[in-house]
Design a protein around this ligand. Structure first.
Ligand code: Z5A
Ligand code: MG
Length: 242
């Protein structure tokens, strides 16, 4: 059986540099004449992607369950073409995948449950914010379900960055979810996802420091991928498991 292309996912918090690094990596692969393709989720160009885009810009409101299913459906739209490309020997670089879907949806809490600013009593004295973990809006296991059976990545590179560093980068805060409290919860959820990916054999999960200089991050990515993208992958493509 001939080798297939590697399926490499780049994940991380908002503004951790995923899109910048995915583009740098694809240029490097093309320069090395390695057949490769860059995809991104959400793919805002499809009919489902347009609904997602409108939601993220807060132009429309959707039930939390409904938007979660749309994000997953947006991946299912491309699933068969991902499989086809990988089997044809093409490397797929994927900017966000199902793991973002789980971490972002499972970290949602009711707006009133968010430990925000101090509240003021009728006498005018401040009450300190409470920092107990608010209950999630969507059960974690429910958030995992719609992506079960999608093609599994061979390698996921998680660009780790402190939310306070990410929030200083250009463009932060323009869309839904881009606030520090939500990002802190997303970071914790990603830790749970990472443990499960390793335990359940959904490819390899590697954490890289996304807070370094652009070039340093690119080099750390290249050292992780160079072998697998050059050599290809032996064996059947896996699936995201329950
Ligand atoms: N979402 C979800 O809820 N469910 C799902 O299933 C999926 C996603 C797939 C939009 O995603 C939202 O959808 C997102 C998750 C949710 N939540 N929010 N908010 P998106 O992927 O479309 O988001 P984006 O608009 O592409 O932003 P991003 O991904 O958060 O950013 P990034 O790709 O990680 O960063 P970047 O665009 O490469 O860089 C950001 C800036 O930082 C830019 O000015 C760079 O020049 C700069 N940068 C990058 N790297 C560095 C370094 N190393 N040093 C200094 N500056 C840097
Ligand atoms: Mg991006």
């Amino acid at each position: 059986m001939s080798k297939r292309g590697a399926f490499v996912v780049i994940e991380g918090l908002d503004r951790s540099g995923k899109s910048t690094q995915a583009e740098t990596l694809i240029k490097r692969l093309q320069a090395a004449d390695i057949p490769s393709k860059l995809i991104k989720f959400p793919d805002r160009s499809t009919p489902i992607g347009k609904l997602i885009d409108s939601y993220l810009r807060s132009e429309t409101e959707l039930d939390d369950h409904a938007i979660h299913l749309l994000f997953s459906a947006n991946r299912w739209e491309l699933a068969s073409s991902i499989v086809k490309d990988l089997e044809a020997g093409t490397v797929i670089i994927c900017d966000r995948y199902a793991f973002s879907g789980i971490a972002f949806s499972a970290s949602k809490v009711a707006p009133s449950a968010q430990p925000d600013a101090p509240t003021t009593t009728p006498t005018g004295s401040n009450i300190a914010p409470t920092h107990k973990t608010p209950p999630p809006l969507l059960p974690y296991s429910w958030c995992r379900s719609p992506d079960v059976s999608l093609p599994a990545p061979d390698l996921t590179l998680f660009l780790d960055i402190l939310p306070e560093v990410a929030s200083q980068r250009a463009g932060f805060g323009g869309e839904r979810y881009e606030n520090q409290e939500h990002q802190e919860r997303v970071r914790e959820l990603f830790e749970r996802v990472a443990e499960e990916v390793e335990a359940e054999g959904i490819g390899k999960w590697v954490v890289l420091n996304g807070g370094l200089e652009l070039q340093e991050v690119s080099e750390s990515i290249w050292s992780e991928v160079k072998e697998v993208v050059r050599q290809g992958v032996e064996g059947e493509l896996g699936n995201v498991k329950r």
